[in-house]
Design a protein around this ligand. Structure first.
Ligand SMILES: Nc1ncnc2c1ncn2[C@@H]1O[C@H](COP(=O)(O)OP(=O)(O)OP(=O)(O)O)[C@@H](O)[C@H]1O
Length: 302
């Protein structure tokens, strides 16, 4: 089990009482009374949630539980109706996405945001200034090729090699398979040298071989000190790499604990009872025959 790997901060979670809102020994992200409503619908009402530094935390829950909305709010891609949250001891409440990213908290999206008509390398470089206005970036890219941005290119190449995308650096992102796009999304997120990653369904639509590769990369990043929180529906994935699992249902945090305790938790069983597990999301639909999956060539921008 990942919690017993001897990774210091992740391992410290095993001593904690598994209950919703429990305090962690070394919390990096702390949320209090975070609320987001849409009309009359309460999408998120999380009283207290702490994410342990240096650990992999899975955020699970049935469809519509509020997981993505919570990610959106704390990463500055959506506004909250109330509540406060801090990162590394500093208030982060209401900060816009670019400022959140600059502070070291970077998120990826359910539908990969790689831009199909840019090359793999360009996709990497446009992540570098801090994930701001991607539409403005083609203009920004030109000066990137000169002067001080060489260092960014070096970092991009290093990351592409790490994720085995080096040979594809000059290909258009639209020609990558769905799984390769997921790898590119992860590599891009690392361009800003984040402290913590919020990954929204990083394995959705990815074939088993690439899932293993992604899991290996995420575990390795944790072992290097990165904090990871990810939304996932596949319980094998959750059990395989999580140090800790937080469970949401109907906007609330209903359970927390080490992965092996979660499936036996009554509140979790209640939350899932009668609810259907998610289908893989739109990107990376699997292609029969060669075990490799292809994207549809065009990315949906969010
Ligand atoms: N922009 C929006 N406008 C209206 N309702 C929304 C909006 N975004 C989310 N919701 C609603 O808020 C609730 C929580 O949605 P959210 O996408 O956060 O759930 P989730 O746990 O991520 O679900 P899934 O696992 O299916 O992605 C759902 O009822 C959803 O329909």
């Amino acid at each position: 089990m990942a919690a017993d790997t001897g990774v210091p901060n992740a391992g410290r979670l095993s001593a904690i009482v598994p209950e919703p809102g429990v305090r962690k020994p070394d919390p990096l992200l702390v949320m209090d009374q975070v609320t987001r409503t849409f009309g009359g619908l309460v999408a998120v009402r999380v009283e207290h949630l702490e994410v342990q530094r240096g650990a992999i935390t899975a955020l699970i829950g049935p469809n519509g539980a509020g997981k993505t909305t919570l990610f959106n709010v704390v990463s500055g891609f959506d506004r909250a109706d109330g509540g406060r949250w801090s990162f590394d001891g500093q208030r982060l409440t209401g900060a816009p996405a670019h400022r959140v990213a600059r502070r070291g908290l970077v998120r990826t999206f359910q539908l990969t945001r790689t831009l199909a008509r840019l090359t793999v390398l360009e996709n990497m470089l446009l992540a570098a200034p801090g994930q701001r206005g991607e539409r403005a970036l083609p203009a920004l890219l030109r000066p990137l090729w000169h002067g001080q941005e060489r260092e960014l290119e070096r970092r991009a190449d290093e990351l592409l090699d790490r994720f085995r995308l080096g040979p594809l650096r000059d290909d258009h992102a639209g020609t990558l398979s769905g799984g390769q796009r997921k790898l590119l999304e992860l590599a891009r997120a690392l361009m800003t040298r984040p402290v913590m990653l919020l990954l929204d369904e990083p394995m959705a639509g990815v074939n088993p071989a690439l899932t293993q590769s992604l899991l290996g990369h995420i575990t390795q990043l944790r072992d290097e000190g990165l904090t990871v929180c990810f939304v996932e529906h596949d319980m094998d994935v959750v059990m395989g790499i999580s140090d800790w699992v937080a469970v949401m249902a109907d906007g609330h945090l209903v359970a927390e604990g080490p992965p092996h305790t979660i499936s036996r938790n009554a509140a979790v069983v209640d939350a899932y009872l009668g609810k259907r597990h998610d289908e893989p999301q739109a990107t990376g639909q699997k292609e029969k025959g060669n075990g490799e999956e292809k994207g549809n060539g065009e990315e949906k921008e969010e």
